[in-house]
Design a binder for this molecule. Structure first.
Ligand SMILES: CC(C)(COP(=O)(O)OP(=O)(O)OC[C@H]1O[C@@H](n2cnc3c(N)ncnc32)[C@H](O)[C@@H]1OP(=O)(O)O)[C@@H](O)C(=O)NCCC(=O)NCCS
Length: 151
């Protein structure tokens, strides 16, 4: 589902993106992009904010669906919950985002991370499980830090 903000810049979705589950659960805002090899398991809502980039090989999971005959089914059962990603995020290559996670605006999630918990806005999170290694108050502080780093 495309959310048509004004002015409308359509999302860019690589045609090799795989969506499993219900397409109508996928909510895409203006100018977000999804690159080659992404897998969206959409048994619950997956919302991707404006200008957010989902890089190569990212997996977004909204559900757990073990076989009911599996002895672990009693513990894990069937569950689903949404994944919400804010505006202007960069989800780097091969990140996995688990069900129920919200990522605030202007976050970077480093390549290969597994995101198991919410990430606050203006953060850099890396690793398995993903940990916030940098947190800024706002975009201005974030940009200032980066330009000082480059000097
Ligand atoms: C996250 C990334 C963009 C770097 O962002 P940054 O804000 O410049 O972060 P830094 O390089 O300053 O790294 C900060 C810390 O996180 C660590 N880190 C960075 N990326 C990491 C990653 N993917 N996994 C684990 N640790 C990582 C750094 O080693 C550094 O640790 P230190 O402070 O102990 O030295 C980059 O490392 C990355 O993951 N790039 C992949 C880009 C990609 O997926 N491109 C595909 C096409 S869009």
């Amino acid at each position: 589902m495309f959310v048509k903000e004004e002015p409308y810049y359509p999302p860019i979705i690589d045609k090799r993106t795989k969506i499993e589950g219900d397409y109508s659960n996928v909510v895409l805002h203006n100018a977000c992009s999804i690159y080659y090899g992404a897998l969206l398991v959409a048994y619950d809502k997956i919302e991707i904010g404006c200008n957010t980039a989902i890089a190569y090989g990212v997996t977004i999971i909204t559900s757990a669906n073990p076989d009911p005959h599996n002895l672990l089914f009693k513990k894990y059962g069937r569950t689903h919950s949404p994944v919400i990603i804010g505006n202007n995020c960069w989800i780097c290559a091969n990140v996995t985002i688990l069900q129920g996670v919200s990522i605030g605006e202007c976050c970077v999630v480093g390549a290969g991370a597994v995101v198991t918990k919410d990430i606050p806005p203006y953060s850099l999170a890396v690793g398995v499980p993903a940990k916030v290694v940098k947190k800024f108050q706002d975009l201005e502080e974030m940009m200032k830090w980066h330009s000082n780093k480059e000097k």
